[in-house]
Write a new protein. Structure first.
Length: 560
């Protein structure tokens, strides 16, 4: 058991366990299967499963499937996959609100018998119009005082399918003057003829979330119902239903601030719009904040869990800089993946004084800081190499230490070379860089101790593996997409994806398979995409390394 609770929820749980109010912690993660989970859900998953694990309790996975119009089996399966991928196991405790439809209906009749629920004939528009405002009470429904017998008869006929969709609802009979609008006779059931992914066409009335959620918690023996702040105003209704039914088990609802990220939208409605209108390739597009998108991007569950722990829990909404999420994945990959070399925008480098047929194998560690940790690989070296076009400037500014005419630079793990000139095509574009090497500098060090400040990576032209590389950037170009009431789609970053073809990788990467992660030195962290085929890698950039000069060089090329 945690001895030093690190947030207010864990403190509450610890106090209730110590006092005997709670014998065993039991939480739940209750997604509605109407979309794919996103990074905001990860915060709730880590919290609910994490607290159960820390305090020796249990956590259920429950699907709140009360709206068949928006819910699909595809979403159920994706949610299962995401929770497992994050590293959590609900064992045999997978439940659905639809498991309790019969019990919920019986309880609805029970509330009618107690005079605490009634059938209302007002339309949804009329219900909204009579609810009142924050400063004015609502107007009671003209059907509020129907007899118990009439209400029972109407509800049973609603269930039997005698009335059209939307023509009647079952409402809780609470207080139309309550300061909290959620207590002004909220709807419990609505008539809705829609095929349910689990119950089929057995029901034509469906419970609302507010009616189903707390009772589902009670049925499952949940001790702590952990919700985001938008449900704070619903807590009095949550408690009212439990008290009105006089249920022996009373879960406690506790709210925490939801996750908001800069340069990101986490609204299911907006995410669905991005997918359905083709602004992204699907729910698993690597630019999406969905867990399936982050997984395809190459994020690790360890990094996401560390991110959730780092941002902690608060009682007030705030916005977290997406750079913190990017830091979390860099921090995890920095010590767990091998270093390799790849050239994304290749230009040929010819070493004029290197023997044409000679091929040497350079020993290169996969983890330079601790070579013994991941071992070495052999990197072939020959007369013709590929280097980054951005690693060469004919007229370099100050503090540019890479290749330039007459300048000596270090080829990583190989030799010192000096640029002697360039070759241009008919349009004047550089297609080849010429250089000479110093044979006495194998390994990259000069025996005379001369100082060489620039080091660049390279790939043997004769042994290179061709690859497609997809450079993903933030999907939105502003910190708050849609702020000020503007269309959030207007803030989409037009440069959020750059697909590069003809990239060159070192031979050790020829056999990568989908999900393999590694660093391309000086470029960034990458993962092999599911589109990878044998001998033809397709790489997604997970997160870049900072490279100011490369950005400057690309801007210069674009303005020519």
């Amino acid at each position: 058991m945690s001895t030093e609770p690190r947030d207010f929820i864990r403190r509450i749980v610890a106090e209730e366990l110590a006092s005997g109010k709670v014998e065993r912690v039991h939480t739940r993660f209750p997604p509605e299967p109407n979309g794919y989970l996103h990074i905001g859900h990860a915060k709730s998953i880590v919290l609910n499963f994490g607290i159960a694990e820390e305090f020796g309790g249990l956590c259920n996975l429950r699907f709140d499937d009360t709206n068949p119009i928006k819910e699909e089996v595809e979403y159920v399966e994706s949610i299962r996959e995401d929770v497992r991928w994050l590293g959590f196991d609900w064992e045999d405790r997978e439940y659905y609100a639809s498991d309790y439809f019969e019990q919920l209906y019986e309880w609805a009749e029970q509330l009618i018998r107690r005079g605490k629920a009634y059938v209302c004939d007002l339309s949804p528009e009329e219900v909204r119009a009579t609810r009142g405002t924050l400063t004015e009470p609502g107007t009671p429904s003209p059907y509020r005082d129907r007899s118990v017998e009439e209400n029972l008869d109407l509800l049973r006929r609603m269930r039997a399918g005698e009335f059209p969709d939307g023509s009647r609802t079952l409402r809780a009979r609470i207080d139309m003057a309550a300061p909290n609008l959620n207590l002004r006779d909220p709807v419990m059931y609505r008539i809705l003829r829609a095929h349910h992914h689990r119950t089929g066409d057995a029901w034509c009335i469906y419970p609302t979330y507010d009616w189903a959620h707390g009772q589902s918690d009670a049925i499952e023996g949940i001790t702590h119902s952990l919700c985001t702040l938008e449900f704070e105003a619903h807590r009095p209704l949550y408690d009212w239903f439990l008290e009105a039914l006089e249920l022996p088990h009373r879960p406690r609802q506790i709210e925490f601030a939801r996750l908001n990220l800069t340069y990101t939208v986490l609204s299911k409605r907006r995410l669905l719009q991005l997918v359905s209108e083709g602004h992204v390739s699907g729910w698993d597009d690597p630019r999406m904040p969905t867990l399936s998108g982050l997984r395809r991007r190459g994020y690790t569950p360890e990094a996401i869990r560390a991110f959730c722990d780092r941002i902690g829990l608060a009682k007030r909404d705030s916005v977290v800089d997406v750079a913190l999420l990017e830091w979390a994945i860099r921090d995890h990959l920095n010590t767990t993946v091998r270093r390799t070399m790849g050239v994304l925008r290749p230009v040929r480098l010819v070493i004029e004084n290197y023997p044409e047929e000679l091929v040497e194998e350079m020993d290169a560690p996969y983890f330079p800081d601790e070579p013994a940790r991941m071992g070495y690989r052999k990197v072939p070296f020959c007369r013709e190499l590929w280097i980054e076009a951005t690693d060469f400037m004919e007229d370099p500014p100050k503090k540019f230490w890479r290749m330039a005419p007459g300048r000596e630079v270090r080829l990583r793990w190989a030799y010192l070379v000096t640029c002697t000139g360039v070759v241009r095509d008919a349009d004047g574009e550089i297609v080849e860089i010429r250089a000479t090497y110093d044979p006495a500098t194998r390994g990259g060090d000069a025996p005379d101790g001369r100082r060489v400040r620039g080091t660049i990576h390279w790939v043997s032209a004769r042994h290179a593996v061709d690859a497609e590389v997809r450079l993903y950037d933030r999907l939105f170009s502003v910190p708050e997409p849609g702020a000020g009431g503007r269309d959030f789609l207007a803030d989409i970053n037009p440069d959020s994806l750059e697909a590069l073809h003809g990239c060159k990788l070192e031979p050790s990467l020829a056999g990568v398979t989908a999900g393999d992660r590694f660093q391309l030195e000086r470029t960034g962290y990458f993962v092999a995409d599911p589109d990878t085929t044998p001998g033809r890698p397709v790489l997604n950039r997970i997160v870049p390394l900072k490279d100011t000069w490369a950005k400057i060089a690309r801007r210069q090329q674009q303005t020519r």
